[in-house]
Design a protein around this ligand. Sequence first.
Ligand code: C5P
Length: 399
Amino acid sequence: MLSLVNKRILLGITGGIAAYKSAEIVRRLQDAGADIQVVMTSAATEFITPLTLQALSGHRVHLALLDPESEAAMGHIELSRWADVILVAPATADFMAKLANGEGSDLLSTICLASRSALAIAPSMNQGMWRHPSTQYNLERLRGRGVHIFGPTEGSQACGDIGPGRMTEPQDIVELTADLFETGALAGRKVVITAGPTREAIDPVRYISNHSSGKMGYALAEAAAEAGAETVLISGPVNLTPPDRVKTIHVTSALEMYEAALAETVNCQLFIASAAVADYRPARIAEQKMKKAADQMTIELVKNPDIVSAVAALQNRPFTVGFAAETTQVEDFARSKLERKKLDLVIANDVSDRTIGFNSDDNAVLVVEMQGAEAIPKINKSILARQLIARIADMLPTD
Ligand code: C5P
């Protein structure tokens, strides 16, 4: 299935004749639902105008590294974090050499160097240049580093030669790009994820809740579905569209979330609790709106069940992952949560850093296991979700 809905593709265009086909790549990526930012090298602008790509992508095209105006709008580091995938099409022999050598001599190579997103290139060049040992050597170095190589194909070339070096056709490039998201790492597994806040009613108009946009949990559900899992998302009230291919159960209170979670964990191999569940709920919910009268008011609260602990205590428990939002001693508190709740993994973030967590599109986390901890630096939540799902998939017991 060709879907790039919600995917952010940074299309890098370098200076080869196939650059004229980049316009078509933009259109086809958009047809598949992707959001696109275009970065062009100066040689690419000799083959196709930035205005064409701007009109098609709906975004200003990024051209120069040392341009204060564009850096202020969306700088190179921001672009490198924004992208789910960087696709360089066409990629010239010169650009492949730059990439292989880790150069950061222009905007596109710098973004590739700064980014931890998946990187794919569609080489395009004269057949002699392609066959040259230097290009083949660079190709192997890039492949060895995990760069995805799309093509090239063989056939007649703009220069009159016949041979390998033609850029893969736009539609094929788009299909190969979509395939990058479909890892199959969780094929045959059932995954249940809680997300968002819960709301604990005080009366018909008031409630107690927590800060939580639900973005992390929704991104995890999307990544789990892409990895081939049968995915169930149990969501508190959020302003997000449920991902495709995910069974989404909408709940309001912690008790509803608890019931849905226990019902869904049957035959499930992975449970991820990313919800910000209210620890307490009012002991009684007033039937009518409570009137303000006295200067002070006391609401009696009772403890909500701990959902992730309840799942971890099941006899046939799934691999159980919790989140920890901390403001100090992140690793210590996360580790004590891991032990106290009997979890397999805790994903901890420092919520005192306002640039990440809660409502942000980015997050930086510490993945805490019994044996150690590993930091994943600030990155957009969908990329982080995919990285987390890939790691967790590797940890699941094989059965
Ligand atoms: O105890 P604390 O709320 O800090 O733990 C956070 C982790 O526990 C998160 O994974 C959260 O989803 C989960 N949790 C839960 N049920 C609760 C409280 C927290 O599943 N009642």
